[in-house]
Design a binder for this molecule. Structure first.
Ligand code: NYM
Length: 228
């Protein structure tokens, strides 16, 4: 009798607003289900919880919050689901997240003061994310803010402005570069893949599937923690 030490994979999809992220996350989820893989889809922010409702009202500009307070709420929204994610993975259910800690850092650290200085430092933004379950794979859907705009424009929510998206993209590139370097040095288990999301939907979908498929039979390594 053989005992399997494998757990289910944890995959995160990240990207700018209008990158096609939510469409692709749903497609990936459906494809995994069709392939008979047990899988849960989690979206951050999860606007259904008490914390999520505060985030939702801030994003829709029906409430005002200090930059630090909203940053910590986004992080708390992940922490309130962290043990659920871990339980799923250890029980053999794959988890796909539409956004995660990387969005948390990239968006908050992109905020600027009226004089153009960063409102919050990168390190300050990263700190509350330390210790969250680390994904095995991050699929970064890369798109230029110009192409994103041509796709039908941004929505009405806070942060959905082209000049903000430029800064967010730069920060995602910095975060991804760090994760890639740390993986190369054997310091983290997370693989960061940059996927050109400016292409046709089916082509992007096929590439995402080819990156996720090798993980569907489970991963050997224990679940790691982010940045500790
Ligand atoms: N966002 C999302 C943050 O600022 N911090 C976070 O931690 C997360 C998860 O919320 N513009 C921002 C990015 C988006 C906005 O996300 C809502 P979505 O995927 O459009 O619902």
């Amino acid at each position: 009798m053989s005992i399997s030490l494998k757990r289910a994979p944890f995959v995160v999809i990240e990207g700018l607003d209008r990158s096609g992220k939510t469409t692709q996350t749903t497609r990936l989820y459906d494809r995994l289900k069709e392939a008979g893989v047990a899988v849960e889809l989690i979206k951050f922010p999860d606007r259904t919880t008490a914390i999520g409702k505060m985030i939702d009202s801030y994003l829709r500009s029906t409430s005002e919050l200090d930059d630090r307070a909203i940053h910590l709420l986004f992080s708390a929204n992940r922490w309130e689901l962290a043990s659920t994610i871990e339980k799923h993975l250890n029980a053999g259910t794959a988890v796909i997240c539409d956004r995660y800690a990387f969005s948390g850092i990239a968006f908050s650290a992109s905020k600027i003061t009226p004089t153009g200085e960063p409102a919050l430092s990168f390190e300050w933004c990263l700190n509350p994310e330390k210790g969250l379950p680390a994904p095995d794979l991050v699929l970064f859907l890369d798109i230029t803010p110009e192409i994103a705009r041509k796709r039908g424009g941004y929505g009405q929510e806070r942060y959905e402005k082209e000049e903000m998206q430029f800064r967010v993209r730069k920060l995602f590139q910095r975060i991804g570069g760090d994760v890639i370097a740390e993986k190369r040095d054997g310091k983290v288990n997370t693989t960061w893949e940059i996927v050109d999301a400016g292409r046709e939907r089916d082509i992007v979908g096929a590439e995402l599937w080819s990156l996720v498929q090798p993980l569907v039979n489970g991963v050997e390594s224990q679940l790691a923690r982010l940045w500790i």
